[in-house]
Design a protein around this ligand. Structure first.
Ligand code: 13P
Ligand code: SF4
Length: 329
């Protein structure tokens, strides 16, 4: 219980409420105004699973990186408002370049995506000329333009195993790379990046949560350190977590990912109990109803990417989508 209450305070400090949030009258008014704007402008709002309950309330589609990339690729809307972090909005723009893509918060940048740069990657490639290069979708467009294929947490091992090469450079997440290594006979050459949120999820925290809730099923995200994954019952993408919770007969779940995820889980399974041993992703929480309204109204903060980079990065992303999700994800 100590950890859960500590996390609750961390989340409270950052204005994140854990499935206790009832929308205020002002929030309901703003949501109604955003819904009117969406119709007027033929806009769609794509929302990552970590977003706040207020943002979940204006979503047309909620999902993990893979599901949202697919939605972005096939949407017929004129405007995509992407409530997530910048690599997700860039992915939407690359896959559907004719659309206006708006990222409501300019500061919503995943720090892990900034850990690998094109020059560093070129250098690593020159040291392993026979290796294929796989980029987690949590990368910049410039890095995606340099790789053979992208992947998400929903299909990383499937992507790696689809390749002919026996050596695979995998960027930027060393934890996801280590997890993929357990699912393939190929040699994974990892970049040393990591997610600051998932890296703080430790085995001690997991054990503490399990002691408090011994009957709970433990579901963790593959960005967590390996010792946490080994102690978990399931390792899944964020949408994989939603699917598992819906299918499971368990009443209690300990969730090893960003703490806001339990908001999304509570929405699909309100009768079940969720405990988080993760911390908050401040970047994901930068989207607000106010900045969604402002930038949809003014059509500002549109994502722009160099044409040549977009065309190259699109090939890596389209190959990723063609591979599809892991069965359980
Ligand atoms: P998912 O694709 O599983 O939603 O993960 C994205 C992410 O950034 C996790 O930290
Ligand atoms: Fe990036 Fe980690 Fe936040 Fe996901 S949780 S967006 S990987 S910093």
């Amino acid at each position: 219980m100590a950890i859960i209450s500590e996390l609750y305070h961390i989340c409270q400090k950052n204005r994140m409420k854990l499935y206790t949030h009832n929308l205020t009258e002002d929030e309901k008014k703003l949501i109604a105004e955003i819904n009117i704007l969406k119709k007027e402008k033929n806009a769609v709002i794509l929302v990552h699973n970590y977003q706040s309950p207020q943002i979940l309330a204006v979503a047309d589609y909620t999902g993990d990186s893979f599901a949202l990339a697919v939605e972005a690729q096939k949407t017929t809307a004129d405007i995509i408002v992407f409530c997530g972090v910048s690599f997700m909005a860039e992915t939407a723009k690359i896959l559907n370049p004719g659309k206006k893509v708006i990222l409501p918060s300019i500061d919503a940048i995943c720090p892990m995506a900034a850990m690998v740069d094109p020059d560093g990657l070129q250098h690593l490639k020159s040291q392993h000329p026979n290796a294929a290069v796989v980029a987690y979708v949590n990368t910049t467009a410039a890095v995606k333009a340099l790789v053979d294929i992208c992947c998400t947490s929903a299909n990383a091992a499937k992507v790696v195993n689809s390749l002919d090469q026996s050596e695979i450079i995998f960027v930027p997440d060393k934890h996801l790379a280590a997890y993929v290594q357990t699912k393939t006979t190929k040699k994974i050459i990892p970049w040393e990046g990591y997610c600051y949120v998932h890296s703080k999820i430790t085995l001690d925290r997991l054990k503490d949560a399990k002691n408090s809730h011994p009957n709970a099923e433990i579901i963790s995200h593959p960005e967590c350190p390996m010792e946490v994954l080994e102690a978990s019952d399931y390792v899944l993408s964020t949408s994989g977590m939603i699917k598992r919770v819906q299918q499971s007969n368990s009443q209690e779940f300990i969730i090893g990912t960003e703490c806001g995820m339990i908001e999304a889980l509570k929405q699909v399974a309100p009768e079940k109990d969720f405990y988080t041993f993760g911390t908050i992703c401040l970047q994901q929480k930068k989207n607000t109803l106010e900045n969604v309204y402002e930038h949809l109204q003014n059509e500002t903060q549109q994502v722009t990417i160099d044409q040549d980079i977009m065309d190259k990065a699109r090939q890596s992303l389209e190959k990723m989508i063609a591979i599809g999700r892991n069965n359980e994800a």
